[in-house]
Design a protein. Structure first.
Length: 200
């Protein structure tokens, strides 16, 4: 989202990630702004019963963990590398200096945060819905729009387990629902991957 060279100019550092590496944990106070360069990062937390709930999955050029950075509150979720990858991190004070020097970047960050808040507002009633189809389609439509994809077909580069964690569905339910949506012509399965078909 923010130009990599600009982040480096203000002191940003590139950090290599191992798969499953923890970037920050619940309860820690934020010290950095983070942006994905390669790979995937998830933000998650767990229920009292130990069930994982994935808040979101972030990919190339997406930032994560900003809200606590702006309000000086501890992180409400963990950030963990889903795959091997790279992120760029910039210290909080340097990040603030960057935003003050480049108002267009500040606007872009606000837009990104607003998009995420919008997603949570849209998904909240769907999560309470008893219809797995509605939950899954709403999530897939969001992923497509969030990545500003306008192609006829859109590859959903997430596992069935990750889709389940994002929608609160059991992985077995996700698998059945995907098969049903495929029969209805709303999805395709190609080489084991889910392909969302654009609406007419």
């Amino acid at each position: 989202m923010i130009n990599q060279d600009l982040l480096i100019q203000f002191g940003g550092e590139i950090r290599d990630l191992r798969k499953s590496e923890i970037i920050f944990e619940i309860g820690h106070f934020p010290s950095y702004y983070y942006q994905v360069l390669e790979g995937k990062v998830k933000m998650n937390n767990f229920s009292d019963e130990g069930k994982e709930f994935i808040q979101n999955i972030f990919t190339k050029n997406q930032s994560f963990g900003e809200p606590p950075l702006f309000v000086d509150e501890p992180y409400p979720a963990n950030a963990i590398a889903v795959t091997k990858g790279k992120i760029i991190q910039i210290a909080k004070d340097s990040f603030y200096e960057l935003l003050q020097s480049h108002p267009e970047v500040s606007l872009a960050v606000n837009k990104s945060l607003a998009r995420r808040l919008y997603y949570k507002s849209v998904m909240a009633p769907e999560i309470s819905s008893q219809s797995p189809e509605r939950r899954l389609i709403k999530l897939l439509d969001y992923l497509r729009s969030h990545n500003q994809n306008t192609d006829t077909e859109y590859l959903i580069d997430l596992s069935r387990q990750q889709l389940g964690d994002l929608t609160g569905l059991r992985v077995e339910t996700v698998i059945r629902t995907i098969k049903h949506l495929e029969k209805k012509g709303q999805l395709k399965i190609r080489d084991g991957k889910v392909i969302l078909i654009a609406k007419d």
